[in-house]
Design a protein around this ligand. Sequence first.
Ligand code: PLP
Length: 375
Amino acid sequence: MLPYGRQWIDEQDIAAVVEVLNSDWITTGAKVDEFEKDLCTYLGTDHAVAVNSGTSALDIAVQSLDIPPCSEIITSPFTFVATSNSILYNNCKPVFADIEGDTRNINPEEIRKKITEKTKAIIYVDYAGHPCEIKEMQEIAEENDLFLIEDACHALGAEYHGRRIGSFADMTVFSFHPVKHITTGEGGAVTTNNDKFYEKLKMLRNHGIDKPASDRHGSRRGWGYDMKYLGRNYRITDFQCALGISQLKKLDDFIKTRRHIARTYTELLDTVDFIELPHTRENVKHAWHLYTILLEEDRNNFFKSMRKRNVGVNIHYIPTYRFSYYQKHFNINPKEFPITEEVFNKIITLPLFPKMTDSDILAVVDAINILGDLR
Ligand SMILES: Cc1ncc(COP(=O)(O)O)c(C=O)c1O
């Protein structure tokens, strides 16, 4: 089965991990700092805090806003559940706003309609690696005194108006899960240019403690520390960060290959009349985490037939409000989200990962063409 996404680990990556495993510090050591510095350099941000998942990164980003319980945070329903779960972890209320049909990103006009006195923040998601209309997000935030968190778990290396995603929002969140642009196994990071958020994020990933273990190690160091916030253990290990450092060196090549695959799909599928191809707006550089198509008819049958042909198509995403947990607690009517519903009913993700060969791409296209001929 050709999966929809997967990692690419080479001998260099493995050697980097093994070197750390043979060293004294396998967690909270120098490799974590080095990975964070490399992320800052690549993204053009002042600070990065690496953690053990993108979900943890979202959680501490929301926690560090320090907003009152029951505050409302507006977000997209067309994303992985982690986005709005991070709002729930922090005793706030997710308020969903419908998406735009072409990019599947949250629609700024729909955000405006959902703002109330309780609204304190927006978490926008760069779906599939296509940046949102960030200028509009910033305008809305400024006009309504809201915080912005960018869920860029799909968008490492993407650009908006010629600048890399990473420093547009108050905090930006990345994931290093194996299907993402680079991997640390599990892992994530928050980037920010705000010194106060940075100091808080570092504590929140380590139980809310103000001094990491490395600052208490050595012949002249004392034992004291304070726990200032109720944080959790979201620390990432040094061997994961060694993998991240090594992977980051290859990120531009990974993205180049992702763009090549997306371009090839678009060229070869352009004339297939029963599918709609993804759109890319001007002024963005797409990071191509996902290549999704819309099917005019019988998406579920298409899904089954492609899987039977060993093409690991997938669905991104089941809208968050549809899950039983969300239905039980928020009882949201899907009809309030006509664009999300329409896209959800038609969408399919095709395989896209850097290790895919041209013959893999052709196998996917052939399977689609065969299904077209059978219609
Ligand atoms: C948009 C989005 N946000 C957050 C996450 C959570 O990241 P992680 O799996 O690293 O916890 C994901 C992961 O798939 C994601 O796609």
